[in-house]
Write a new protein. Structure first.
Length: 438
């Protein structure tokens, strides 16, 4: 049996069909608009997405770990196809190193929030029992905002940028048979290098006039409280916590030594990156987006990282320095300081090769590397700024936010020393106190 449909019914059906299609189109448009609003950088296309959905990334309770924490907390890793990323707290930089040697497949970690020189020290076997473990440095996590803090007993010396008043005080203490311990977080790491530079600039030889000791960041305040260290260099929140507990004061912020200095990095095992290049790119994109978020949400950032599952410290120990209010603990309070941490601004995320050249030169200065080291070759092997650039393009980062050179050029220190990355040995020779003979 055939049912005939009259002209009037055809018009009615056609009208309903048009209305239905229009509603569907409006719904789809609204959905696209909502997605674009929620994810301004776009959504990672699953068809070309990561080879795996999981990696284990280590971090230490320091403010420069924030990009990894925010990428996890805010669902940015998941946005880029890596929902099963684990951001795993490490007890110390030594633990971070050991777990990187193991790798995620052997109950270690695949990458980490890490001191910028560490991927080089690990790649060359200098801190892994002479067994090289190839690493890549994918991004810088921040610039500035570490501090050198001094015990309360030295407050009358009013030591700030000039460390020289401590020389006589330390000598007197040693003459009485007492230890003069200076705490840093890892041999050859950033905090070690800031402290050594500051001491040496004031005429204090860090290898002869004091004892350099290693203390994990979360244990710095406790060690100074019991008199186990005279000074320490570490990131936040530990310097501000020291001030809040009236155990010591901050002599300086490290950005006062070297303006916009590089600090931590995102480092990953080279084997993992080479095996899962799309996943590595996804991680890099997520971290970079988190860095952008962090610079725009400093107070919210302080609240998130203070939580029990991350730092487990009072937000009061974090917030002020995060927003640029620096109470040094010796009467100096700067309410509009520029010495807050930058995660994206000032090209903080881009891993300049010139900066890694400085780190290797300073590690050479203090005997962590031989003076015969081919610095340029090692930097080109470990520093993967090319992957950063690929991720930046995929994120639609504005061209003026992508450096045109792998070098930031000559760098000037607080004492007038100039580092030219094109001639690192000239800089090394100009330094009066050093362990290496050049």
């Amino acid at each position: 049996m055939t049912t005939k449909i009259g002209p009037g019914m055809q018009r009615s059906v056609s009208r309903r069909s048009l209305v239905t299609r229009a509603a569907k189109l409006a719904g789809a448009t609204a959905l696209v608009s909502a997605v674009n609003s929620a994810f301004p950088s776009g959504v990672f296309a699953q068809a070309t997405g990561p080879e795996v959905k999981k990696a284990i990334l280590g971090y230490i309770a320091l403010m420069d770990a924030a990009p990894l924490i925010i990428a996890k907390e805010n669902g940015i890793f998941a946005k880029y196809g890596m929902p099963d990323i684990e951001v795993s707290k490490q007890a110390s930089w030594g633990t971070t190193r050991d777990n990187l040697v193991l790798g995620g497949e052997r109950n270690g970690i695949d990458g980490a929030h890490i001191l910028s020189p560490m991927p080089y020290l690990i790649s060359t076997g200098k801190v892994t029992n002479n067994v090289p473990v190839p690493m890549y440095l994918l991004a810088r996590l921040n610039v500035d905002a570490q501090a050198i803090s001094v015990a309360e007993e030295y407050k009358s010396l009013k030591v700030t940028m000039d460390s020289s008043p401590l020389k006589a005080a330390f000598a007197a203490k040693r003459a009485k048979g007492e230890a003069v311990n200076i705490a840093v977080t890892f041999p050859g790491g950033t905090h070690d290098l800031w402290m050594r530079y500051w001491l040496a600039a004031g005429g204090i030889d860090p290898d002869k006039d004091v004892s350099m000791i290693v203390v994990p960041p979360p244990q710095m305040v406790a060690n100074m409280k019991v008199g186990n260290t005279e000074c320490f260099c570490v990131g936040e929140p530990w310097n501000h916590q020291l001030v809040n507990q009236k155990i010591g004061y901050s002599a300086l912020m490290t950005g006062e030594l070297w303006k916009h200095h590089p600090e931590k990095a995102l480092g990953m095992r080279a084997e993992w990156v080479d095996k899962y290049p799309k996943a590595a790119k996804a991680i890099l994109m997520a971290v970079m987006e988190a860095q952008q978020w962090a610079d725009k949400n400093r107070e919210g950032l302080a609240e998130i990282v203070s939580r029990r599952q991350w730092f487990n410290v009072p937000v009061a120990d974090i917030k002020d320095r995060a927003v640029g209010v620096i109470d040094y603990g010796d009467g100096r309070v700067v309410k509009d300081s520029t010495q807050y941490m930058k995660y994206w601004n000032e090209n903080a995320s881009y891993p300049f090769k010139s900066h890694d050249t400085w780190f290797l030169t300073e590690d050479m200065r203090w005997g962590y590397f031989e003076p015969t080291l081919d610095i340029k070759a090692l930097v080109n092997k470990v520093n993967r700024e090319d992957l950063w650039r690929e991720a930046a393009v995929a994120l639609n980062v504005a061209k003026d936010q992508i450096p045109t050179s792998t070098s930031r050029g000559k760098e000037t220190w607080f004492d007038g020393k100039v580092f030219d990355p094109e001639d690192p040995m000239a800089y090394l020779k100009s330094l009066a106190i050093k362990k290496v003979a050049v």
